[in-house]
Design a protein around this ligand. Structure first.
Ligand SMILES: [Zn+2]
Length: 130
């Protein structure tokens, strides 16, 4: 059995961590699903710079899984930054939620240990009821 004060300390650290993450969920920014990716292309025209190792681009796309397939949506260059912020927001939200789940699991086990350590044996005529 672990020392109860250590368990309490550990539990309160986890609770603080979870509270911070919960705050992130409450203040979640708008988001979109998917990832922003960039691509370079070769047009194939003879004599073009792309045929000499200088491809065209970058061109920006939003990559998303839709019904099991990866779909790419072209994103104009001037929108790329905005789309990146929206996909980053999604990743942040997902990360926070995953961490909350992990911490909750850990807390559950720490709570179990705290409660178990508080259990005393009841014996008739023993020290607990006189
Ligand atoms: Zn070219």
């Amino acid at each position: 059995m672990e020392d109860i004060s250590k368990l309490r300390q550990y539990a309160s650290i986890l609770m603080q961590e979870r509270k911070k993450l919960e705050g992130k969920i409450l203040r979640a920014k708008p988001y979109i699903e998917g990832s922003l990716i960039k691509r370079f292309t070769r047009c194939g025209k003879p004599g073009c710079r792309c045929m000499e190792g200088k491809p065209h681009g970058p061109f920006w796309y939003l990559s998303r899984r839709i019904e099991g397939k990866t779909r790419y949506t072209y994103i104009p260059k001037d929108k790329a930054k905005e789309v990146k912020a929206l996909t980053d927001s999604n990743k942040e939200i997902r990360k926070a939620r995953a961490k909350i789940r992990k911490i909750t699991e850990r807390l559950d086990s720490v709570f179990d240990q705290i409660i178990e350590s508080r259990l005393i044996e009841f014996t008739k005529g023993g020290g607990t009821d006189d």
